[in-house]
Design a protein around this ligand. Structure first.
Ligand code: SAM
Length: 208
């Protein structure tokens, strides 16, 4: 499948924001998949990467990205789970400043190098435990968690911008189906909406 066909499929699945569709069209997913899977880069499926992790399904990347857009003026985004760097690249195409955290060192180095080579100077990679968020740069207009957790990491709620900050996170049992949940903060109130059923690899705290 070509990128153009992928875009058509995403539209049929309800991805309607032109900026999100343009960002997916622009980011060369073939650079983020394993070389032996290049032929399958524009299939609308998650694919394996190194260290038993995955590059997310384009539909889920688009949906999570679209969920951030209604914030009045998203500028600063945090992603937990850099993986291949693909979601970070899509975010970097749309928003001014991205921080992305990965706990596995080889994945961190690989994604950092690739994002640099592709010119994403607004995407900042960090090695560490994303469960703690990234307090140095908080608050964030949007936080995306691209790994599953049964419980909401409180640090992430605290690091959301108090006026309309948005957290998108797969909540539920790991290695099964989770609910992709959008949480919007207004001061001390957190409004929750379930967006989709998804299946992510687990979010693992560093002391694990
Ligand atoms: N966003 C990625 C992409 O576009 O390729 C896909 C991410 S993959 C589904 C989940 C990633 O989360 C893995 O690379 C995994 O190592 C990472 N991860 C798991 N627990 C983490 C943690 N506590 N902190 C940071 N990264 C974590």
């Amino acid at each position: 499948m070509a990128n153009r066909q992928l875009i058509q499929q995403l539209k049929l699945q309800g991805i309607s924001h032109p900026g999100v569709l343009r960002a997916i069209e622009k980011v060369p997913r073939e650079k983020f998949v394993l070389p032996k899977l290049k032929q399958r880069a524009y299939e609308n499926v998650a694919l394996p990467i190194d260290k038993d992790q995955t590059i997310s399904q384009p539909y889920v990347v688009a949906l999570m990205t679209q969920a951030l857009i209604d914030h009045p003026n998203p500028r600063k985004i945090l992603e937990i789970g850099t993986g291949s760097g693909y979601q970070a690249a899509v975010l970097g195409t749309l928003f001014p400043e991205i921080w992305t955290i990965e706990r596995i060192e080889v994945l961190y180095h690989k994604a950092k190098k690739l994002l640099y080579e592709l010119g994403f100077s607004n995407v900042h990679c960090r090695l560490g435990d994303g469960v703690k968020g990234y307090v140095d740069e908080a608050p964030f207009d949007g936080i995306l968690v691209t790994a599953a957790t049964p419980t909401l990491p409180l640090a992430l709620l605290e690091q959301l911008h108090p006026q309309g900050g948005r957290l998108v996170i797969p909540l539920g049992p790991t290695h099964q189906v989770q609910e992709l949940t959008l949480i919007i903060r207004q001061e001390d109130k957190f409004e929750e909406t379930i967006l989709e059923q998804v299946c992510f690899v687990p979010l693992i705290p560093d002391h694990h």
